[in-house]
Structure formats: structure tokens, C-alpha cells
Design a protein around this ligand. Structure first.
Ligand SMILES: NC(=O)c1ccc[n+]([C@@H]2O[C@H](COP(=O)([O-])OP(=O)(O)OC[C@H]3O[C@@H](n4cnc5c(N)ncnc54)[C@H](OP(=O)(O)O)[C@@H]3O)[C@@H](O)[C@H]2O)c1
Length: 256
């Protein structure tokens, strides 16, 4: 149980860059102790350097797509604190072949990196989240899991499964005092990320895509996702569970 005099402890998978790092920075700005994660020590060192010196930032290097990796992540978190106030499960990868049929290896890879990793991380971290109760889980999905947008099929299906997992999990964990929500970003411009590369390769096509499919006619920023993730993870959001939110400049019309 968290007391208002001790900092919240927030663990974030997939947080050495991009949306995950922006989330970790938002929590740190709010005074929380944060635990960042990625698959390389170098990535973790670079991520830690992106925080002010006064921030309480720890790193756990682990590949959370494997059972052993997810457990190593949870063990690393336990070495920082005996409880978690929030888990932000951010790992994901949209770089899969488009079209159909989809090679089986692509199905397996897309599900490992967009669905199973979340289940493994949640299961490994449950004892810490129970120790932190009331606590919360925020899963990072994608609007590709809500509507047909032309994303790779196995990515869209895995993100759709994640959406349903969040709903089911929120029921299963409600009486444990653990809230579960899912946030679906739209097109987010991450430094060095996929959209930046696509825009550099064909600026006119990307400009036309934004004009035609995003009412705000622009990319979102990692910080715009992070502020919502930080909000739903706060104790003040105590009645928010089983909810899905989109952050997409109006691209989808779903309120699910
Ligand atoms: N950017 C977008 O437009 C967009 C849109 C919709 C949804 N999303 C979702 O938002 C989330 C973050 O996307 P992003 O664009 O910010 O990603 P990103 O820039 O590619 O960052 C991914 C982060 O996850 C880490 N990571 C990757 N695989 C990992 C694994 N198996 N175990 C542990 N860490 C791992 C990476 O570090 P290492 O590589 O060093 O491990 C990195 O820190 C994903 O779930 C993505 O599907 C993004």
C-alpha cells in the first residue's frame, strides 16, 4: 500500500526510447521512482542519461518476450522495491510484412512482440502489483487493433487481442485492487522511429496520408501519449478501469 509520503514506483517495459521513454519521463516529472527496460545495457544507459540528475531512475535489461526475460524484469523491479504502484507494458513492434497470407513466422513474431510479452510481463509482475494494491496496469496497444487501417495483419490482430486482454484482465483483477486500462496510440512521430524513416523516404506520400486520414493532419508526439498514460496510472484515476483510450488526432471514430 502506497503512502503519499513515499514516491510511487512505476515499472515500464520497452522504455529506453520512444513512447515508453516519454512515459517514464512523465512519471519521473511527477516525482515517481521509475524502472526502465530494454534489451541492451547501452540502451538503458542512454535512456537514464535522458533524465534529470535528481530523478530516481533504475534500469532492468531483459527481453520480456520470453518467460525467463519477463521474470528477470520482475526480479529486477523487486530489487528496487517490494511493490509496484503501476506497470506500463509498452513493448511492441509494427514492422511486419503486409498482405495475406502471412508467413507463420510473422504470426509468431508479431504475437510474441505485441501480445505474449504483455501477458508474460503482467503474470511475472502480479505479486509486486498485489503488494502495491491499489495499483494499476496500463497496456500500450494501437489503433490498428481497433479498425482496418492497412497495418500488417498479424500486428493488427495481436493488438486487437491485447485490447480484449485488457478488458478481461480488468475484471479478473478488480477485487485485488489492480486497475487495468489500455491506450491505443495513432501515428506517433518517435525520434529515429518508423514514421520518421518513412517521412524521410517519401515526404509527399506521408504528408498526403496525414491530410487524408488524420483530422488534425499531423503526427502525435510521444509526450501526448505519455500524459494520458500518466493520468490513468494516478491514484486519482481510482475509478478508471477496463477502459480503452485512443490518442490519434481523430483518426479513428471508435469510442471503445
Ligand atoms: N510509434 C507509433 O506510431 C505507434 C503507434 C501505435 C502504437 N504504438 C505502440 O507503442 C509502443 C511503443 O512504440 P514506439 O514507437 O515508441 O517503439 P520504439 O521506439 O521502437 O521503442 C521500443 C522500445 O521497446 C524496447 N523493446 C523492444 N522489444 C523489447 C523486448 N522484447 N523486451 C524489452 N524491451 C524491448 C526497445 O529497446 P531495445 O530495442 O533496446 O530492446 C525500445 O526501448 C509499441 O507497443 C507500439 O506498438 C506505436
Amino acid at each position: 500500500m502506497h503512502s503519499s509520503s513515499t514516491p510511487r514506483v512505476i515499472a515500464l517495459t520497452g522504455s529506453t526510447r520512444g513512447i515508453g521513454l516519454a512515459c517514464a519521463q512523465a512519471f519521473a516529472r511527477a516525482g515517481a521512482t521509475v524502472i526502465v527496460n530494454g534489451r541492451t545495457e547501452q540502451g538503458i544507459a542512454e535512456a537514464k542519461a535522458a533524465f534529470p540528475e535528481t530523478a530516481q531512475v533504475y534500469g532492468v535489461c531483459a527481453d520480456v518476450t520470453t518467460e525467463a526475460g519477463a521474470q528477470a524484469f520482475a526480479d529486477g523491479c523487486r530489487a528496487v522495491a517490494p511493490r509496484l504502484d503501476a506497470l506500463i507494458s509498452c513493448v511492441g513492434n509494427g514492422a511486419w510484412a503486409t498482405g495475406y497470407p502471412v508467413p507463420w513466422s510473422e504470426w509468431e513474431g508479431a504475437f510474441a512482440q505485441n501480445f505474449w510479452c504483455h501477458v508474460r510481463t503482467v503474470d511475472a509482475c502480479l505479486p509486486l502489483l498485489r503488494a502495491g494494491s491499489p495499483s494499476s496496469i496500463c497496456l500500450i496497444g494501437s489503433i490498428a487493433g481497433l479498425q482496418h487501417l492497412g497495418a500488417p495483419v498479424p500486428y493488427a490482430v495481436a493488438k486487437s487481442a491485447l485490447h480484449t486482454y485488457a478488458k478481461e484482465l480488468s475484471f479478473s483483477l478488480a477485487t485485488d485492487g489492480i486497475r487495468v486500462n489500455v491506450i491505443h496510440p495513432g501515428n506517433i512521430l518517435v525520434p529515429g522511429g518508423r514514421w520518421e524513416q518513412k517521412r524521410a523516404a517519401d515526404p509527399d506520400r506521408i504528408h498526403a496520408m496525414l491530410q487524408a486520414s488524420v483530422p488534425q493532419q499531423r503526427f502525435g508526439t510521444p509526450e501526448e501519449v505519455a500524459s494520458l498514460v500518466e493520468y490513468v496510472s494516478r491514484p486519482e484515476a481510482a475509478f478508471v478501469t477496463g477502459s480503452a483510450f485512443v490518442v490519434d488526432g481523430g483518426q479513428t471514430t471508435s469510442f471503445s
